[in-house]
Design a protein around this ligand. Structure first.
Ligand SMILES: [Fe+2]
Length: 321
């Protein structure tokens, strides 16, 4: 694979991460075998400006599964041996409904919107913004997790970071999420409908359920309503420098939208499975399958506040039951 531009197939996509249980040590063990000595930030840089649609050519699960079925009589290996390691338990692969592993679009937010979003975040920090969701090992900075999710619960609920802020912060948070709800979500809805219709249908089923359960919350706080394009907004400064998977994201084609604002250099999205680093500038939106693509951010110099918009896997799964 030399140039990944416009609509391009990602050949030889190695989907090992999907089948790992959520564990940083297992992921690191698998990475050290697959990509020994790799410095992900040195991977080739893709175009800064072109629209990118990186497609998964055929279901790797299916081809791998069929092969194993023929050879071993079982569609998937239940474990994989790594040199010098205990057997690594693997989960069955999931059925993936989004055709694209990664998408990048231009002109999603204009300069004025970017400035307002950045100002809101800076203002919240000055007012004593609190973050409660423990950040994993891959990042030195913690993120705010605002909106709705279903993590560890049977029902969707408003995240603690949304509920437990000082009142001055809550006011700005409502303003910030309102900007996202009115100016960003409708554009992402359009993109999802056009490029990932099956994932959009899943999101709509989850949205219908959330609306039914949380009609009162949505009535009182319309700034939490993102039309089902996503339900949670994570925000942080800088980038996550260590290779990881976003374990709370959906492995069946869930798209996490990454929208950075500010003035900075670096901060590219790097993924060994794509063999590439993808620049994301202010104004652009990057949509990635963050539970399937092992990734990290290149170091960023300057001010970079990044918004990550997603639906957690529990919320989506509950809507299918
Ligand atoms: Fe991530």
């Amino acid at each position: 694979m030399t140039r990944l531009e416009k609509e391009t197939n990602v050949e030889d996509f190695d989907d090992f991460g999907t089948r790992l249980r959520a564990s940083a040590s297992r992921l690191n063990a698998a990475l050290s075998v697959r990509y020994p000595g790799l410095d992900p930030v040195k991977l080739p840089l893709l175009s800064r400006t072109k629209r990118l649609l990186l497609r998964e050519p055929v279901s790797p699960h299916l081809s791998e599964g069929l092969l194993r079925l023929i050879i071993f009589g079982s569609p998937f290996a239940s474990s994989e041996r790594l040199p010098g390691q205990a057997r690594l338990p693997l989960q069955p692969a999931a059925e993936v409904v989004s055709p694209y592993l990664l998408m990048r679009f231009n002109n999603i937010i204009n300069k004025a919107t970017a400035r307002r979003l950045l100002n809101c975040y800076v203002e919240m920090e000055a007012l004593g913004l609190k973050t409660s969701h423990a950040e994993a090992h891959w990042s030195t900075t913690s993120a705010l997790h605002a909106g709705v999710w279903s993590l560890y619960q049977k029902m969707p609920y408003v995240t603690r970071d949304t509920r437990s802020q000082p009142s001055a912060v809550t006011e700005v948070l409502a303003r910030m999420l309102g900007i996202i709800a009115k100016e960003v979500a409708p554009k992402l809805v359009k993109l999802l409908k056009e490029h990932c219709p099956e994932q959009w249908a899943r999101l709509q089923r989850a949205y219908d359920r959330v609306k039914t359960i949380m009609w009162e919350v949505y009535g009182e706080k319309p700034w939490l309503d993102f039309e089902g394009a996503f339900f949670t907004v994570a925000v942080k400064q800088g980038s996550s420098k260590i290779l990881h998977l976003d374990w709370n994201d959906d492995k069946c084609g869930g798209i996490t939208w990454v929208i950075p604002v500010g003035r900075w250099e670096g901060g590219e999205f790097c993924s060994p499975q794509l063999k590439a680093c993808i620049p994301v500038a202010q104004g652009q939106a990057l949509g990635v399958q963050a539970r399937r693509l092992v990734h990290c951010g290149a170091p960023a110099k300057g001010t970079r506040v990044v918004f990550m918009l997603f639906a957690d896997h529990t919320l989506l799964k509950q809507a299918e039951q």
